[in-house]
Design a protein around this ligand. Sequence first.
Ligand SMILES: N[C@@H](CCC(=O)N[C@@H](CS)C(=O)NCC(=O)O)C(=O)O
Length: 267
Amino acid sequence: MLTLYHAPTAVCAAKVRMVLAEKDLAYEGHLLNLHTGDQFKPEYMKLNPNAVVPTLIHDGNILIESTVINEYLDEAFADKPLRPAGALGHAHVRLWTKKEDTIHDAINTMTATIIFRHELLQKPPEERAARYAKIPDPAKRAKWEKMMADGLDAAVVQEALVRFIRHFRDMEKALGKGPWLVGENFTLADSGLLSFFYRLEFLQCAGLWQEHFPKVTDWFVRSKGRTAFQTAIAGFIPQGDQEKYAGISAPLWPKVKAVNIKAMSTV
Ligand SMILES: N[C@@H](CCC(=O)N[C@@H](CS)C(=O)NCC(=O)O)C(=O)O
């Protein structure tokens, strides 16, 4: 029996849902409200001491970290494999999924500076401070404080864009050799990136790849055509969120684009 603790729009949780959907695995879902702080409840932190989603329980065993969970699922449920067979194939996929973890941090930077900041700035300073104080990792807490103070001018935004540029370049090169990142078949390397791309599109930042990387653009269009993408990612976005968040994000695109041009000149 599989039980997933997740949140509708959380990109890491969506990464795991994508794999469950690709492999046709049924699961019992428990949705957490990350805005009201369900992730910090002591009973949840016993499962996931980092106070984040996703957490997967398989036959009583607790698994955390989306990339680890996805590899586990691919090994434990060998039907419809999402990696080429053999150690070398697994290593090729792992190179991508390892990098994905650093990309997640950059996605978090963009979401926080574009949307969370907008929402948090409307709250009283004490409430904001209380929100940061709950973050267990001091480095993550300090990063949040900077992002909330400086928005898109925070140094971490340019750093995030540099990481995207490098990643898109690597993807463009790999996609010159095969339809998917590791050759002929859709693998964990591809699936792990989809919710991240979807988030950037949601934040009206699709120009980051559409204006410079044609193969990456085509890859994302093809990926979005997969049934699992609708089931696991797009289908979880609450009604009205697209329009609501586009309204917040669209006016900020020119600023993101300007920082991106600066970032490109440094890569
Ligand atoms: N490296 C972890 C990251 C998990 C993570 O940061 N999850 C986010 C959602 S994508 C979360 O739960 N955030 C809640 C918070 O930061 O309070 C993974 O891949 O599972």
